[in-house]
Design a protein. Structure first.
Length: 226
């Protein structure tokens, strides 16, 4: 599979999934996780370019400061979302800063590789990928939904989960990562049904391979389509 370099134009799908309606004083108040790098960072740039108010959260403080200095976020929250109770704290703080939430983009993600049968594919490997890629989006959604329900329907409240092509087909040497993205896809499908009556849209995007930091940490992820 070809690896593509990430550019901002490739992230324009986010402002299609996160409707930007500005008429009648209506605007987007968005929380973006994983904002300090990769897709999350580019998403902040795209959304603010189109007029959204964005709070970015991530672990790289210097990168988050750079985003704010360049006007790509209204503010940022440095946090490790895998720590207990942190997701709720971040959501509540973002909603307080923005005076509400209309949209959430779950872009935080990790990738620790390993093939089934290898010594390094342990419960720790499973938990590492599942916690960030599935549990964190779940927690962010749970704590964001009460705010999204309060958002006026004309603000088109929405959730976008950044999944991966790995959630849709099998690949070698990254079994638990594929599991985590498949779990996120199913969470997205279920939430879209559960929240439809509330007027909250829930979508996932499944990018292919991009030149991101997490891929540099993976020594091998060979395609194994079955």
């Amino acid at each position: 599979m070809q690896v593509h370099k990430l550019n901002i134009d490739q992230c324009t799908f986010f402002y299609r999934c996160v409707p930007l309606c500005f008429t009648g004083g209506c605007y987007v108040q968005c929380l973006v996780t994983g904002a300090s790098s990769g897709i999350g960072r580019a998403t902040c740039q795209v959304l603010t370019h189109h007029g959204a108010l964005v709070i970015g959260t991530g672990r790289n403080v210097a990168a988050l400061k750079n985003l704010k200095e360049n006007g790509h976020v209204a503010d940022f929250i440095a946090a490790d979302l895998t720590e207990p109770h942190t997701c709720k704290t971040v959501v509540d703080r973002a909603a307080s800063i923005l005076d509400g939430l209309t949209s959430v983009v779950n872009a935080a993600g990790v990738l620790r590789g390993g093939a089934m049968g290898d010594d390094n594919v342990t419960l720790e490997n499973y938990e590492f990928n599942m916690k960030t890629n599935a549990q964190v989006p779940f927690e962010i959604m749970v704590h964001s939904i009460p705010y999204l329900k309060k958002a006026p329907k004309e603000q088109c409240p929405s959730i976008v989960n950044v999944s991966s092509v790995n959630g849709k087909q099998s690949f070698a040497a990254c079994a638990t990562y594929c599991m985590s993205k498949a779990a996120l896809d199913q969470l997205t499908r279920c939430a879209s049904i559960d929240l439809a009556g509330e007027g909250i849209r829930v979508n996932a995007v499944n990018p292919g391979k991009l030149e991101l930091y997490v891929l540099h940490k993976l020594t091998s992820c060979r395609s194994a389509v079955r």
